[in-house]
Design a protein around this ligand. Structure first.
Ligand code: AMP
Length: 213
């Protein structure tokens, strides 16, 4: 059983790296942001509750986030483990999480603030399957459509300069302090996220002692 948290500033490639690990090692990938985006897209009640908060780049209320995480971990049959991305985002969420789970590793993708704007503002996601097209460098040159499912490639509603500024502020003020908390309790892997996707993935696997399959 493997239980990982992946953390890092906006645009550092958390989703991409988490998906690669999850698919090869049968881990359940839990992205709170993806769950919210799906709900907004599907016009659910939850979507209506979080849409404006997300678009402004603000953090959703802790109780709501915790209930989503609790439910997701409860619903899933995570025989081989999970990798959770975008959570925890502040000290309260980290404490909630550590009360219920012991974590094998926290993967921390490190990227300078200067790199963030370029990456995030040129990011596109597929409106159909949610695949992220910036970080992985796979933006199809001649088409506006997803190479996997054919969905339209769109900007995330919160990938605007204003929302990004708010998200970066929250990352430094609220999320970064929990790294210290994890350093004390868990194993934190500091990973240089400026490199290519595959190099980063190999580095993570090597340091976690994971081998293919
Ligand atoms: P992400 O895809 O992780 O960047 O998340 C997108 C947005 O969803 C964030 O800007 C928040 O509005 C909301 N969100 C995702 N995860 C959390 C969390 N753990 N706590 C509060 N809000 C969150």
């Amino acid at each position: 059983m493997r239980k990982y948290v992946i953390m890092g500033i906006q645009g550092s490639g958390k989703g991409t790296q988490a998906q690669l690990l999850a698919s090869d090692f049968d881990l359940v990938h839990i992205s709170v942001g993806d769950i919210f985006r799906w709900n907004v897209e599907q016009h659910t009640k939850l979507g209506a509750q979080v849409r404006r908060i997300m678009a402004a780049g603000e953090l959703v209320d802790d109780e709501l986030v915790e209930s989503i995480v609790r439910q997701r971990l409860h619903d899933h049959d995570w025989n081989y483990g999970f990798i959770i991305d975008g959570f925890p985002r502040n000290v309260r969420q980290a404490e909630f999480f550590l009360e219920s789970f012991d974590i094998d590793a926290v993967i921390l993708l490190e990227l300078a603030d200067e790199e963030v704007a370029t990456r995030v503002l040129s990011r596109r996601i597929c409106a159909g399957c949610g695949l992220d097209y910036n970080i992985v460098g796979r933006l199809p040159e001649e088409s506006e459509r997803c190479a996997t499912c054919g969905g339209m490639l769109v900007m995330r509603e919160d990938d605007t300069p204003e929302a990004l500024a708010a998200r970066l502020r929250d990352y430094h003020d609220k999320t970064q302090p929990i790294i210290e908390l994890f350093e004390r309790k868990e194993c934190v892997l500091h990973v240089d996220a400026k490199r290519g996707v595959d190099v980063i993935q190999d580095d993570i696997r090597g340091r976690l002692g994971l081998r293919d399959g």
